[in-house]
Every structure is written in structure tokens, then in C-alpha cells.
Ligand binder design. Structure first.
Ligand SMILES: C[S@@+](CC[C@H](N)C(=O)[O-])C[C@H]1O[C@@H](n2cnc3c(N)ncnc32)[C@H](O)[C@@H]1O
Length: 338
């Protein structure tokens, strides 16, 4: 698996990120695919998500909330129905992980706000690493002009995190307080509706390949001769293969992807729901532990090589829902997970 894009002859559009990846490889050896994916998507200076709007016809891909407002409105009604089953007299936190343009959250709030008895009992909590997208979300949710939000943000100290754990806040057009966080761990505990739509597929995966010498890890190296990134195999077991690879006795695949971050998030959601009540909707494209190599990139709505021009295309991998279900089992009875 060698990807030939010669960086000395072509003009990549994300030179800083390529330099950074090369420097990491040069000093510490090949990167895990998870390290590569994390850097490419969320490196604070030049990660794919960090600087611009990447959605819709002008961007690289389109998600369901962007196609019709009915999507978010129906999720809002579902949320209200679930809340009714728990206790409508309790305040509800709507927590969305990876809210993109904020369209789903806005459509949900609009639908929920039609019910005046409960409208003021809702708060919105957004887990978002991208400063650029958080500004777009604020604009959509508050109704304020994006330029005004950017101008205000430029005058505030960076990295300012409040005592409550959020890095910014506003009031939605419909009157609910909205807070932004870097991580789920920072979101306050309480009765919550957790939403993650096409979020888990953006989290870093590890890749493992069965070989004559057993299971090896697929890693990313830089080929100095051809001046391109390429996949290589570890000589044997690695820290990640020892920690994360669980091969079932009846496994027939010779290539497996594992996303421990998604597993950890699902476990955290389970713990929170068990201790403070709530419900979750995780919507993504995925499989039940049968797919092999799903790691891919999208650029201008076309498939793109994951190792070419990192930072200029979305990286994604199908979500293994069997793995996630297994991660919930120690805490949640199987009949509560569908
Ligand atoms: C594929 S987009 C999905 C956006 C939106 N949910 C939708 O369906 O339109 C992934 C979103 O997750 C955010 N994101 C990616 N990695 C993240 C991380 N580790 N923590 C928080 N947000 C992250 C991105 O900035 C983006 O908002």
C-alpha cells in the first residue's frame, strides 16, 4: 500500500501540516493511523476541521441535517417524547457532540420551543473542537452575524475556559442558554439528551492487519525517496494491538479497524445516563464487526486518497456498532441498547 504523490514536484495546499507530520515521523518513527487521523482532522493550527466551513455543495460532503430542516425537527420531537417518559418537570440538557454547522441543534431547539411549557427548561451543550465551526454554530443559534461573532472572538483571550468548563456561551434565538466545550468530560452532569450525528466516524481509528507473523499494526510512514506518505506494517505486536485488538475466535477478517475513543465516549454516555438519567441517539454509517478497510477521504464530494494532501480532505471510517455495543455491556443491560 504505497501512495505516490511527490511533494517536491506538486504544490500541496497544507504545507505546515505536512511538515509537522514529517517531523513527527522523523523524530519518533511511523505514526499510528489514529495519530495521523487526529493530526489531520483536528491539529489546532492546520487540522481539516479547524479553520473553515467544510459542509454542503461548496464543501466536501453533505449531511442529513443540511438536506432538510425536518431531520432536526423530528429529532427534537423524539427528544421531547423521551424526556416525557423520564420526567418533564426536570430540566433537560441537550448535548450534541460534533455539531458541524449547528443546523441539527437549531432545528431541534425550534421544534422543542413550540412547546412553551418546557421551552425554558432546556439548555444546549455543544462539544466542538473547531473554533471556526463554533463561530458558525453560534451565528446559526443566536441569529447574530458571523462577522460580528468573529470580531468579538478576536478581542477575547484565547484558550479561556470558564469555571463551568465551557469555552464560550450565548443565548439561542429561542431563549435557551448555549455552551461550548472541548470535550464531553467538561459537560456538566444532569438529565441529558445526547446526540452524535456523523461524529463517531470522525474519531481516530487504529488499523490492524493479519500477516504470516500474526496481527501487525498498519502505520503511516514518509517515503523520502518518493517524497510521499505511505502505509507500512509494524514488525510485530504494538502497544495499540496489545491494548485495543480483540480478535474473536470465529473472526474471519484479516483487517480490523478499532476506534477506542468512540468506545470511551459511549461508556461515558452510559455512566452519565445511569447516574443522572437520559437517553442518547448516535447516528452514523457503520457495520456490525464485518467490514475491513473503511478508512477513506472525501474532497469536493469525491473519494480522495487518505494519504494525499492531508488536511485538505475529510477523513472518515465506518463505525463498528458491535464494538460500541460491547463497550456498553458492563454498564447497560442489552435490552436498553438498540
Ligand atoms: C462529520 S462532522 C458532522 C457534523 C454534524 N454533526 C452534521 O451531521 O452535519 C464532524 C463534527 O465533529 C467535530 N469534531 C471532530 N472531531 C472532534 C472531537 N475530537 N471532539 C469534538 N468535536 C469534534 C467537527 O469539528 C465537526 O463539527
Amino acid at each position: 500500500m504505497v501512495t505516490q504523490t511527490n511533494y517536491s514536484s506538486s504544490a500541496p495546499s497544507n504545507v505546515d501540516l505536512i511538515r509537522h507530520l514529517r517531523a513527527r515521523i522523523k523524530s519518533n518513527g511511523p505514526l499510528t493511523v489514529a495519530e495521523y487521523m487526529k493530526e489531520v482532522l483536528t491539529n489546532p493550527l492546520s487540522g481539516y476541521y479547524m479553520k473553515k466551513d467544510v459542509f454542503g455543495s461548496q464543501g466536501d460532503f453533505t449531511t442529513s441535517p443540511e438536506i432538510s430542516q425536518m431531520f432536526g425537527e423530528l429529532v427534537g420531537i423524539w427528544c421531547l417524547n423521551e424526556w416525557m417518559h423520564v420526567d418533564l418537570t426536570k430540566k433537560l440538557q441537550v448535548v450534541e457532540l460534533g455539531p458541524g454547522r449547528g443546523t441539527l441543534a437549531e432545528d431541534m431547539l425550534r421544534a422543542i420551543s413550540r412547546f412553551s411549557d418546557v421551552r425554558d427548561s432546556v439548555s444546549l451543550h455543544l462539544v466542538e473542537v473547531s473554533p471556526a465551526l463554533s463561530d458558525i454554530q453560534e451565528s446559526k443559534l443566536s441569529g447574530k452575524n458571523l462577522d460580528q461573532i468573529k470580531a468579538e472572538a478576536a478581542t477575547k483571550p484565547t484558550e479561556a475556559v470558564s469555571e463551568g468548563g465551557h469555552y464560550k456561551q450565548c443565548i439561542s434565538k429561542y431563549g435557551q442558554p448555549v455552551f461550548w466545550y472541548q470535550s464531553l468530560q467538561d459537560v456538566p452532569h444532569g438529565l441529558s439528551c445526547f446526540i452524535a450525528h456523523e461524529f463517531l466516524d470522525a474519531l481516530p481509528i487504529y488499523k490492524f492487519q493479519k500477516t504470516d507473523r500474526g496481527w501487525c499494526e498498519v502505520m503511516v510512514n514518509f517515503d523520502d525517496d518518493n517524497s510521499c506518505f505511505k502505509f507500512v506494517l509494524s514488525p510485530g505486536a504494538t502497544v495499540a494491538s496489545t491494548a485495543f485488538l480483540q480478535v474473536a475466535p470465529d473472526e474471519t477478517r484479516d483487517h480490523i479497524e478499532v476506534c477506542p475513543d468512540a468506545g470511551q465516549i459511549v461508556q461515558e454516555l452510559c455512566k452519565r445516563i445511569l447516574s443522572h438519567q437520559g437517553f442518547a441517539l448516535l447516528a452514523d454509517y457503520g457495520h456490525s464487526a464485518e467490514k475491513t478497510d473503511t478508512f477513506r477521504a472525501f474532497k469536493s464530494h469525491q473519494l480522495h486518497d487518505v494519504l494525499v494532501d492531508p488536511g485538505t480532505a475529510d477523513l472518515t471510517a465506518d463505525v463498528d456498532f458491535t464494538y460500541l455495543r460491547n463497550m456498553t455491556e458492563p454498564t447497560v443491560p442489552a435490552q436498553n441498547v438498540i
